[in-house]
Write a protein that binds this ligand. Structure first.
Ligand code: TXE
Length: 534
């Protein structure tokens, strides 16, 4: 039984969401379907405790986050099994791909947020010569609303929460309705770590609860999910001018040149396409291989895929678990049928696993595909690996960029210069060379997409800056004289302004020195005008 702490309970409501294990269909537990009133009350409480939290020292925030790490480590096996039970993924994968990366993110931001958000001076060029200086100070935003999906139900909301807290914000999380108990577990972890009441709250429910959180006008929304829901959230948030960061998935390409280490590329393709049953925003969803290597690479991929053990997520020998929902399996079935109908060839898989009762779809390798096929254009979010070919570098880049999405991509080659050259031409937020999928696990690096894959960034300094309000402090250290650009205007001032445009604005010190006599003339004029007006 899950003990719920720091979670808001529904007042007098019977409506509940039931969480099922997709591998067994057994009930994992229940959570309240919280109403708008519940959510509004949570956001109000969050605003109230923000006043104290924002003035908590970085040292204290860091101490509490490091405590939360200890709480997680002490309950790691239990948490991994809960993630597996609610999402279907192997529990070992929950440790490798959710718990370990988020523990690293936690220690990194606990130790470095103060430095990353430290006050620093801004180089202001020739304004400095005029005796001015500028500094930047970062303030927390207030209440951050986090609306994640179900595919990484622990690491995504937890990582974003830690970053928001370290920046001085308070947080309300609305976990996915498919994984509410993992969401509640996150609230429990912060409570156990000793965070003040209501600094982190969890409101459970389906999309209606998420919509209520957006309508409650928090100071920022961090959303992970589909393009369609992202658009709805952006439109609803616009009513209150609430800024949003959107992570909307992808159709990530893997480009394999013939000179790549094909053994490693095959391993990477199989893991990149099938880990978490293909339900990662950065899953390999399209593989483009140089024509001359297609036969060898496909043979290796098919052989490696056939060796994978698919089973319930609670076993250490399971490589591929269940998918998270019946709806998701149906999307995969639709795309695979579409591939078949369009003339592609299913090399292995292509069906639900007949030996298992839950939501298991076999890892599926598809050849003879092209970019006109639906499964090469829409996000599949399942265990499919469609393979297509190219003959030139330019063609590989064109095919990879021929998508509405641009989250991640990978390029495989032994030629380092070619790898970098191609990577920089791919329209995606993160591009790996001879690596695949895992960079969300590097909390130090920015995460987010080009095109319809999203707006804004999570993780890295760029992600931290999404969670603060920058304030510019500008100081005049020579405040004895009036400014040349103040009133009253005159022929002398207009001549000075011409000088600003031609000389000062050039950024050249030599040209600006030539402006000095005109500037003195103007200041003299202003001092005279001041005297007369006394
Ligand atoms: O996402 P939704 P779903 C893709 C994947 C998948 C599709 C749909 O292709 O098939 O999205 O998945 C909450 N206001 N990705 O249905 O609907 C909802 O309760 C506020 C890619 O799970 O976007 C949940 O918490 N919130 C993705 C969250 O939004 C609302 C990862 C996501 O739900 C809401 C997962 C509303 N109006 C799926 N409606 C990625 N970026 O990697 C729903 N929600």
């Amino acid at each position: 039984m899950i003990r719920v702490m720091n979670a808001v309970t529904s007042q007098g409501k019977n409506e509940e969401i039931v969480s099922y294990n997709p591998a067994t269909q057994a009930e994992v537990g229940r959570a309240s379907q919280m109403s708008s009133a519940d959510v509004n009350a949570a956001v109000e409480r969050s605003r109230a405790v923000f006043e104290n939290w924002k003035i908590t020292s970085f040292a204290e925030r860091s101490r509490l986050v490091m405590r939360a790490r200890e709480v997680i480590l002490a309950a790691m096996e239990e948490i991994a099994h809960l993630i597996s039970d609610e999402s279907g993924k192997p529990f070992g994968e929950a440790i490798a791909m959710e718990i370990a990366p988020v523990l690293d993110l936690m220690q990194y931001f606990a130790r470095n947020a103060e430095k990353l958000l430290g006050t620093s001076s801004i180089a202001i060029g020739l304004y400095g010569l005029l005796g001015r200086s500028s500094r930047i100070v970062y303030h927390p935003l207030g209440v951050v609303g986090i609306i994640p999906a179900w595919n990484y139900p622990f690491s995504i909301p937890l990582g974003e929460t830690v970053m928001a807290l370290m920046a001085g914000n308070t947080v309300v999380i609305k976990p996915s309705e498919l994984t509410p108990l993992v969401g509640l577990k996150i609230g429990e972890i912060f409570a156990k770590a000793g965070f003040p009441d209501d600094v982190v709250q969890v409101v459970t429910g389906d999309g209606r609860t998420g919509a209520a959180l957006v309508d409650a006008a928090p100071d920022k929304i961090m959303f992970t999910g589909s393009v369609a829901t992202g658009k709805k959230i952006a439109a609803a948030a616009a009513k209150n001018l609430t800024p949003v960061v959107l992570e909307l998935g992808g159709k990530d390409p893997m480009i394999v040149f013939a000179d790549a280490n094909l053994e490693l590329a095959a391993d990477a393709a199989v893991w990149g396409a099938f880990c978490n049953s293909g339900q990662s925003c950065s899953s390999v969803e399209r593989l483009y291989v140089e024509e001359s290597a297609v036969e060898e690479l496909t043979r290796k991929i098919v052989a490696k895929t056939r060796q994978l053990k698919q089973d319930k997520g609670d076993k250490e020998t399971t490589s591929i678990g269940a998918m998270s929902s019946e709806r998701q399996v149906q999307i995969v079935e639709d795309h695979v049928e579409d591939f078949r109908a369009a003339g592609a060839k299913i090399e292995t898989g292509g069906r639900r696993n007949p030996d298992l009762e839950g939501l298991f779809y076999e890892p599926t390798v598809i050849t003879n595909t092209n970019n006109d096929m639906r499964g090469m254009r829409e996000e599949t979010f399942g265990p499919t690996l469609p393979i297509a070919t190219f003959t030139t570098e330019d063609e590989a880049i064109r095919l990879a960029n021929d998508s509405e999405f641009g989250l991640t991509a990978s390029v495989w080659t032994r030629d380092a210069a070619k790898g970098k050259r191609v990577a920089q031409q791919i329209e995606a937020g993160s591009v790996c060379v001879n690596e695949v999928l895992y960079t969300h696990g590097i909390g130090q690096t920015p995460w987010g997409g080009f095109k319809n894959s999203g707006r804004g960034r999570t993780h890295g300094r760029e992600g931290l800056l999404e969670l603060v309000q920058p304030q510019h402090i500008h100081i005049n250290h020579l405040s004895l004289l009036p400014n040349a650009w103040w009133f009253p205007y005159s022929p002398i001032s207009v001549e000075t302004f011409r000088g600003f445009a031609h000389k000062f604005a050039s950024g050249s010190l030599i040209k600006t020195m030539a402006l000095m006599p005109q500037l003195f003339k103007r200041i003299k004029e202003l001092l005279k005008a001041n005297k007369q007006s006394r």
